[in-house]
Design a protein around this ligand. Structure first.
Ligand code: NAD
Length: 251
């Protein structure tokens, strides 16, 4: 019997893989044996170097996911490495301003990438996964703000609450067809996304003081959950939003 978490011979697409959580997930999937298609709008050199020692096939695809236009092109490029088995919708942005001042631009930009692109990437990948009946694994990156309200991030909260709902809807439609759709909700992780928060001494201290684990998370903390949800060990898991948050939501 093969090891339940082995991803050998699987092909995984990870969006926003040049840095942060996406890079951590791409590396973890590669370490578990998956071929990695790393999608992003910035240089993928650092991710390529990190993954090189694993010796898995690696492909970088340059794409701006603020529109839907590149999605089919990415899937075509990914198929050069083989059938796409795993999709991780990680690319995401955040805009901070008081709700009273929040602009339409900050609403549209965040909703477009975090929610609209996530849905249509799921749809496009699933159409291919369903064609040969072999199914697949889709992992969306949610947030603690899929469960909580947050503060000064209205479009981000709306988008990530949407990602949680969408994950459940897609699981309901595709579970019987062999596609597992799940989400990971990272806690407070040290990446570009949280730089402004970490620079705000008061907010940073407040956040740290309520994390039971006593530290902010790191990108590599998310990788194991992604490997699990991508593997056959998760074959009966559908529509879950898995917090990886140092215990934040337990508090
Ligand atoms: P990050 O800013 O370091 O990474 C975001 C990634 O998305 C980058 O690779 C970036 O290049 C990519 N991206 C942004 N806009 C893009 C576009 N238009 N086209 C293609 N790629 C684009 O931040 P991160 O924390 O690593 O964020 C990754 C995901 O994790 C996001 O969905 C974010 O909302 C989510 N998340 C982060 C935290 C946290 O504490 N850092 C917590 C919960 C959820």
């Amino acid at each position: 019997m093969s090891y339940a978490f082995d991803l050998g011979r699987k092909v995984a697409i990870v969006t926003g893989a040049n840095t942060g959580i996406g890079q951590g997930i791409a590396l973890a999937l590669a370490q578990a044996g998956a071929s990695v298609v790393a999608v992003g709008r910035s240089s993928m050199d650092e991710t390529r170097e990190l993954i090189a020692p694993t010796k898995v096939p690696f492909r970088a695809v340059a794409a701006d996911l603020s529109s839907l236009e590149p999605i089919e092109k990415i899937l075509d490029a990914a198929e050069d490495l083989g059938r796409v088995d795993i999709l991780v919708n990680n690319a995401g942005i955040i805009r901070r301003a008081d709700a009273i001042d929040f602009t339409e631009q900050d609403w549209d930009d965040v909703m477009s990438l975090n929610l609209k692109t996530t849905f249509f990437f799921c749809q496009a990948a699933a159409r291919r996964m369903l064609k040969d009946g072999q199914g697949g694994k889709i992992i969306n990156i949610a947030s603690l703000l899929s469960f909580q309200g947050g503060i000064r991030v209205p479009s981000y909260t709306a988008s990530k609450s949407g990602v949680a709902g969408l994950t459940k809807l897609l699981a309901n439609e595709w579970a019987a067809k062999g596609i597992n759709v799940n989400a990971i909700a990272p806690g407070y992780i040290v990446t570009n996304n949280t730089e402004a928060l970490r620079q705000d001494e008061k907010r940073s201290a407040e956040i740290l003081s309520r994390i039971p684990a006593g530290r902010w998370g790191r990108a590599e903390d998310i990788g194991g959950a992604a490997v699990f949800l991508s593997s056959q060990a998760a074959n009966y898991i559908h529509g879950t939003v898995l917090p990886v948050d140092g215990g934040w939501l337990a508090r």
